[in-house]
Design a protein around this ligand. Structure first.
Ligand code: PEP
Length: 248
């Protein structure tokens, strides 16, 4: 199975010119690695230009966020039909930085429904803020999954990718260990089998949090994950190319 790498550019770069250059380097890296499927999530303001200019098929475009309502008076927001019209096919939902800005589990639930109705693939982010010896972090993730996926039918669950991103490892100096990820992947699949159906055992799980060219391969090999969500290293051209090469 192909590994999936989601490049979350967050609020970088500053200009369209830099975005084009970063995309061009990302495209080259993606095209040299046929076994890796690359999704690029640029800032929304660059999405349409980049996606319209791209004539290849190897890269899929994703939005970093979108509103849960189809339309309406929501100044400053972007709707999922608009995202679809800008030629994105996926959307990150519930990223830790959106949650830190106030996004609730109930909102992730509504966003997932809207994304599915617009035929955008949800990349649904979950993850605890910290860990405790008592294992409360498992319950925290379970609640995020339970509420966020409440309206998703067992048949639709296969359209969703779960991105497990422990908040303490995002933008940090170290990723979590593949062994810890493996344990969490088993927990996530088990929870989804309980809430949805046995088919959930095949749910695609990504890991995100301080992944770069030095640890990507180990995480894919030992973490029981089918891909990676990459922040900082996705906007550093040489790091991203080396990361893709390391897992190709
Ligand atoms: C992220 O923002 O989802 C992320 C994983 O960031 P970083 O790779 O920089 O830790």
């Amino acid at each position: 199975m192909k590994s999936m790498v989601v490049a979350n550019w967050k609020m970088s770069p500053e200009t369209m010119r830099e975005a084009k250059a970063l995309f061009e380097a990302t495209r080259k890296a993606a095209e040299s690695a046929k076994d890796v499927s690359v999704l690029v999530a640029p800032p929304a303001i660059f999405l349409r230009d980049l996606a319209s200019a791209y004539k290849g098929r190897r890269i899929v475009f994703a939005a970093q966020n979108g509103h849960f309502e189809k339309n309406g008076a929501h100044t400053g927001e972007i709707s999922m039909p608009q995202i679809k019209d800008a030629k994105a096919s996926a959307i990150i939902i519930g990223h830790a930085e959106r949650r830190a800005a106030g996004e609730t589990n109930a909102e992730t639930r509504a966003k997932i429904s809207m994304a599915l109705s617009q035929k955008l693939q949800p990349i649904f982010c979950v993850g605890e803020h910290n860990r405790s010896a008592g294992g409360e972090h498992f319950l925290y993730v379970k609640e995020q999954l339970k509420t966020g996926l409440q309206d998703v039918t067992p048949a639709n669950l296969g359209k969703i990718v779960i991105a497990y991103e422990p908040v303490w490892a995002i933008g940090a100096s170290e990723a979590m260990s593949p062994r810890q990820m493996h344990e969490m992947a088993i927990f996530i699949r088990k929870s989804l089998v309980g809430s949805h159906s046995e088919k959930a055992i095949k749910t695609k799980i990504l890991y995100g949090g301080s992944i770069d060219e030095t640890n990507a391969r180990d995480m894919l090999e030992g973490g029981d994950v089918q891909g990676l969500l990459v922040g900082r290293a996705s906007t550093d051209v040489s790091k991203f190319a080396a990361l893709i090469k390391s897992i190709a």
